[in-house]
Design a protein around this ligand. Structure first.
Ligand SMILES: NC(=O)c1ccc[n+]([C@@H]2O[C@H](COP(=O)([O-])OP(=O)(O)OC[C@H]3O[C@@H](n4cnc5c(N)ncnc54)[C@H](OP(=O)(O)O)[C@@H]3O)[C@@H](O)[C@H]2O)c1
Length: 190
C-alpha cells in the first residue's frame, strides 16, 4: 500500500481521487486551505485532512505557481511519483494566462528529478462541479453520452469527474514521465 498526498483533495476532482485511494486501502492525506470538506461519507473519515495554504510558508513562494511549488516540495521530499492536473484548453471565459501557467508548470516539472505524470483533461463534468452552472454541466454530460459527437471534439471532449480522478489515482500508483491527453486519460481510467 502507498501513501498518497492529494494537494486539493477537498476539491471537485481531488475528492474522487481520495475516495478511490481510500477504497483501495492506501493511506491518504489531503492539503487544502479549507481542510476537510463538508462530506458525510465514510471514506472521508479515513483521510487525514490538513488545512494549509501552499503559499504561506515563505513569502517568496507566492510568486510561484502552486503546481511548481508542489512539485519542488515533492522533489525535496523524495516522493516516488508526482501527478499534475493540467488542462487541454482554457475554460470558456477564462484568460489565456490560465493555460500559459499550466504549460509553464509542465515545463518546470520536466526539469525536476521526479517521476511525473501530467494529465491534460478538457472540460470535466459531474455532481458538484463548482466552476460551471448546472445547465452547462448537463450539456457536457449529454455530449459525453453521444460518442460520435464527443469524439469530434478531440481534446475538448468532456470527461466525467470519476474518469479523470481514476486516471490521476492510477498514474500516482504507477508514475513515470508521461503526458496524458484526453484519450490517454480515458484509456487509463477504463
Ligand atoms: N474542473 C474542470 O473542468 C477541469 C478541467 C481541466 C483541468 N482541471 C484542473 O484540475 C485541477 C483540479 O480542478 P478542480 O475542478 O477539482 O478544482 P477545485 O474544485 O477548485 O479544487 C481545487 C482544490 O485545491 C485547493 N487549493 C486551492 N488553492 C490552494 C492553496 N493555495 N493551498 C492549498 N490548497 C489549495 C482547494 O481547496 P481550498 O480552496 O480549501 O484551499 C481545492 O481542494 C485544477 O488544476 C484544474 O485546472 C479542471
Amino acid at each position: 500500500m502507498s501513501t498518497l498526498l492529494v494537494v486539493g483533495g477537498s476539491g471537485f476532482i481531488g475528492r474522487d481521487v481520495c475516495r478511490f485511494a481510500v477504497r483501495d486501502g492506501h493511506e491518504v492525506r489531503s492539503v487544502s486551505r479549507g481542510g476537510r470538506p463538508d462530506v458525510g461519507e465514510e471514506w472521508a473519515e479515513a483521510v487525514s485532512w490538513t488545512s494549509a495554504d501552499l503559499f504561506r510558508p515563505n513569502a517568496w513562494r507566492d510568486r510561484l505557481d502552486a503546481g511548481v511549488l508542489t512539485a519542488l516540495e515533492a522533489e525535496r521530499a523524495g516522493v516516488d511519483g508526482f501527478v499534475f492536473l493540467s488542462a487541454a484548453a482554457n475554460p470558456p471565459g477564462v484568460r489565456n494566462a490560465h493555460l500559459t501557467a499550466k504549460r509553464r508548470v509542465e515545463a518546470s516539472i520536466a526539469d525536476l528529478d521526479l517521476d511525473a505524470v501530467v494529465l491534460r483533461p478538457g472540460p470535466v463534468y459531474g455532481e458538484g462541479q463548482p466552476h460551471l452552472p448546472g445547465v452547462a454541466d448537463r450539456v457536457l454530460r449529454f455530449v459525453a453520452s453521444a460518442p460520435p459527437l464527443a469524439s469530434r471534439l478531440g481534446e475538448l471532449r468532456p470527461l466525467a469527474v470519476g474518469t479523470v480522478a481514476r486516471a490521476a489515482y492510477r498514474a500516482a500508483l504507477d508514475p513515470g514521465e508521461r503526458l496524458l491527453d484526453v484519450s490517454d486519460i480515458r484509456d487509463l481510467a477504463d
